[in-house]
Design a protein around this ligand. Structure first.
Ligand SMILES: [Zn+2]
Length: 147
C-alpha cells in the first residue's frame, strides 16, 4: 500500500513526465521549422521570435530557425537573448493546453522585453538585414478561443 507522501510524489513525477512529453510533442509538431535549414540564397529579413528550445532568430522568408552564432552579435546581447528564450512559455499550462494564472501578463512582459532586444539586434545588423520582431501570441490565441 502506498503512503500519502509516496502517492503525492508519484503524482508530481507523472505530471512532470507528461509535461515533458507534451513539450516534446509540441516541438515535434513544429519540427519542420526547427529541423529545416535555411536554404535561401541570401537572408534578407531576420525575424526575432521566441519559441521553445530554438534560437531567437528566424529566416523571414522560409521561417527556418537560424543559428544565432552565425550573426555578429555582441556576446552580452546573445546572453540576454538566451535568457529571454529560456523564459519563453512560463505562462503556458502544458497539461491543459491553457495559460497559467496571470499568464497573459507574463506573455506581454516577455514580449516587451523582446521588443527591446529585437531593437538591439536591429541596431547591430541593420546594415545587412531587415530585422523584425514577432511577439508570442499563445495566450492571446487561448483567450480569443475562449470567448
Ligand atoms: Zn530562409
Amino acid at each position: 500500500m502506498l503512503d500519502y507522501d509516496e502517492f503525492q510524489r508519484q503524482i508530481s513525477f507523472n505530471s512532470s513526465i507528461r509535461k515533458a512529453e507534451k513539450k516534446l510533442l509540441y516541438i515535434k509538431g513544429k519540427g519542420s521549422d526547427y529541423m529545416r535549414l535555411c536554404r535561401c540564397q541570401k537572408i534578407k529579413q531576420v525575424k526575432v521570435e521566441a519559441d521553445i528550445s530554438a534560437d531567437p532568430l528566424w529566416c523571414g522568408r522560409c521561417f527556418a530557425n537560424l543559428d544565432m552564432n552565425d550573426f555578429p552579435l555582441p556576446p552580452e546581447l546573445k546572453k540576454e537573448l538566451q535568457a529571454w528564450i529560456a523564459d519563453y512559455g512560463q505562462w503556458i499550462d502544458w497539461e491543459n493546453d491553457g495559460i497559467v494564472k496571470g499568464g497573459a501578463l507574463m506573455e506581454e512582459q516577455h514580449n516587451m522585453r523582446g521588443v527591446v532586444l529585437a531593437g538591439r539586434v536591429k541596431l547591430t545588423l541593420e546594415d545587412q538585414y531587415d530585422v523584425v520582431f514577432a511577439p508570442a501570441i499563445f495566450s492571446r490565441r487561448i483567450i480569443k478561443n475562449a470567448l
